[in-house]
Write a protein that binds this ligand. Structure first.
Ligand code: LLP
Length: 419
């Protein structure tokens, strides 16, 4: 459920008309609803209680968005020094931060150790050895879980599946016991948990159940071998409906039931790392029509947003529902290819999409389900400045990232004096 609805003929985020924001700050922009973020967090946290929710910052890392979640007691799953800094800046407690990722650098490790994060989710024997060295050098003991790769097919898009053994993530289950033995002998490592994450945008529960059962059996094996395992991080991955694609993923409640059924009696502190589920449907991308181009018998809706602002369609063939900001358009529809201005054939949001047949230059529309992996994956290809982000709270809104100016964009480059 979200708080983006039509009222008085106009699409609103909570009580603010999106047209009003567009007129004030221009287009394109991302807009997030605080009430929706809070609702998603609360529904999920209740469903998996008493597990600690560590929101996957990569989904939407705006500090204001993180602060909304921090105020509710949410933790963070981070994958870089930049994400740790954002989480801390937003007020997320270090003891609720877990650090995942296959390529942590000594600098990132040292920074995380100095801030006393809850857990490093270590993804290889090589990383374990380096973390031990870095912790020893600075006089710390690093609390760790090993991320195990259970070789389970998440049944999701190949580019977002992570728990198959050919993926770069985690330690294959058959090797993990030996790496735990090594970890147990390292002086600056404290073994406390097991972690896993099998993929993103899962739309069935079966792979989760299989992964949880594998994790449970492994925790029992580790304990039998003398390791004190008190934390199990089960990752994220629960999908959201991208309405047009016709998916109906399980609800957080159904997911929570599986967690409880399989892991309820394990006597482990549980951590969940949802990203998309929290922020996906809490955000829209608002764009304006530059032209409706009629060509070769087709209609192209050319928007001022492009693949650099929302990469998901070009990268994963993702379908984001597109809706006009006004509800008084023609009731007759026509097929459009919805595209951006970037000079790439792949800069297509969708093809043969039925939209009102009277759309014209200046009409504004919004892509739904753009709150996760939208702004965080955007970039400046074609020298297009990063777009603004806005947070709505009831009848007020704040710009939580101003649109990048051309001056700021150009100032990123430097020309050596000798040139
Ligand atoms: N934990 C770990 C270790 C992860 O790698 C991820 C996502 C998550 C949690 C959160 O997964 P979620 O609950 O959001 O599914 N850019 C892609 C998604 C990449 C996900 C990468 N890892 C997309 O736009 O679909």
């Amino acid at each position: 459920m979200d708080y983006f609805n039509y009222s008085n003929g106009k699409l609103h985020a909570e009580d603010v008309a999106l047209d009003a924001i567009a007129s004030e700050i221009g287009t394109p922009f991302y807009v997030y609803s605080r009430a929706t973020l809070e609702r998603h967090y609360t529904v999920f946290a209740d469903a998996v209680a008493p597990a600690q929710v560590c929101y996957a910052v990569k989904a939407n890392s705006n500090i204001a968005v993180l602060k909304v979640l921090a105020l509710l007691g949410c933790g963070a799953d981070v994958v870089s020094g930049g994400e740790i800094r954002r989480a801390l800046e937003a007020g997320i407690a270090p003891e609720n931060i877990v650090f995942s990722g296959v390529g942590k650098t000594p600098e990132e490790m040292g920074f995380a150790l100095a801030h006393g994060i809850k857990q490093f989710n270590v993804e290889s024997a090589e990383e374990l050895a380096l973390l031990n060295d870095v912790a020893g050098e600075h006089g710390y003991t690093a609390p760790i879980a090993l991320r195990v790769n259970p070789d389970i097919d998440a049944g999701t898009h190949a580019k977002i599946t992570t728990g198959k053994k050919e993926n770069k993530f985690g330690i294959p289950l058959e090797d993990a016991m030996a790496v735990y033995q090594q970890a147990g002998e390292l002086p600056h490592i404290q073994v406390q948990g097991v972690s896993m994450h099998i993929g993103s945008q899962l739309t069935t529960l079966a792979p989760f159940r299989a992964a949880f059962e594998t994790a449970k059996a492994f925790v029992q094996q580790l304990r039998a071998a003398g390791h004190a395992i008190s934390v199990l991080d089960i990752g994220g991955g629960l999908g959201v409906p991208y309405e047009k694609a016709g998916e109906s993923p399980p609800t957080p409640t159904q997911y929570g039931e599986v967690v409880r059924e399989v892991l309820g009696d394990l006597d482990c502190e549980l951590i969940c790392e949802p990203g998309r589920l929290i922020s996906g449907n809490a955000g829209l991308l608002v764009a304006e029509t530059i032209f409706v181009k009629h060509s070769a018998g087709k209609r192209f809706l050319i928007l001022d947003a492009a693949m650099n602002d929302l990469m998901r369609p070009a990268l994963y063939d993702a379908q984001h529902e597109l809706v006009p900001l006004r509800d008084d358009h023609s009731t007759t529809s026509a097929p459009y290819d919805v595209v951006g201005p970037v000079c790439e054939t792949g800069d297509v949001f969708s093809k043969d999409t039925q939209l009102p047949d009277d759309l014209q230059r200046g009409d504004r529309l919004a892509f739904r389900t753009a709150g996760a992996y939208g702004a965080t994956m955007s970039h400046t290809y074609n020298s297009r400045p990063l777009i603004a982000e806005v947070l709505v709270d009831g009848d007020r809104f704040g710009v939580i990232r101003p649109r990048q100016s051309y001056e700021e964009l150009l100032a990123l480059d430097d020309v050596p004096q000798w040139l």
